[in-house]
Write a protein that binds this ligand. Sequence first.
Ligand code: AMP
Length: 306
Amino acid sequence: MADLLVVGSVALDSVETPFGKVQEALGGSATFFSYSASFFTPVHVVATVGDDFPEEHLKLLRDRGVDVRGLQVAPGRTFRWTGTYGYDLNEAKTLDTQLNVFADFRPTLDDYQARVPYLFLANIDPELQLQVLRQMRTRPRLVALDTMNFWIKGKRDALMRVLREVDLITINDGEARQLAEEPNLIKAARRIAALGPRTVVVKRGEYGALMVTSDRFFFVPAYPLESPFDPTGAGDTFAGGFMGVLAGEGATDEAALRRAIVYGSVVASFTVEDFSLNRLKRLSRDDIEARYRSFREMMQVELRGV
Ligand code: AMP
């Protein structure tokens, strides 16, 4: 198993869906990512929180074995995100983003973190993503990145710079179209690949995930759920499972990438069953394996007459 480092947001999320709402629940890209990845490999977080961040949230991550020594506690308020969803749970509408302590955050990696073989630059200011890349002392085996509309619109130049240096990107379908300025998803993915990342993984919410490289495609549906509840964090959970499997296997080949996409989809399907990390908290590796098996069966089809 290889070590995995994530740099991203740790947040307090206020979310409303047609099925309920929560105020200031634990969220953030690095939070969902690291919790999900921890089922597969050792994971280290670099991020910041304010002095208002509840200790119980740190305990939750520590209890899963997530290394939170790189989580700086700064004077001030924790990052806050407020969002809402209509019956189409695929599209989050951001009502408010308060960067708070992230506005002055300077990520600093220690010697060990600067040599990790698997690095994930989770959704965060692309200038911070660049600062992290600049501190790496050895070239990781795999560097992947995620981003969102907030940064595509607000920090496009910095995002373009960091994209040139990564191997893989995970991105929502709507944001892929926005980044590439291209409505067709396949063309958009290819255009993004030309910006730097050779592998583009497009997250399509309830429609699954698509992996595009210069000459290959791979597509999986989402695990069909009858009662999705809150999709917040599904994308980061997907990325955590995906990178966790690759780091866990110490691999980056096509077969591992495919397995990683299915595991990512499986863990993400649990996240949407409840608010925040509430469903993940009750999750075991056995639950993941059982759903992975049923996912495989769901996609299997026999040849005719043989
Ligand atoms: P997703 O996995 O795509 O649903 O991402 C959800 C998480 O993204 C939430 O827990 C938010 O706290 C976090 N988030 C929202 N906006 C931003 C932003 N501008 N930068 C970093 N993280 C964000």
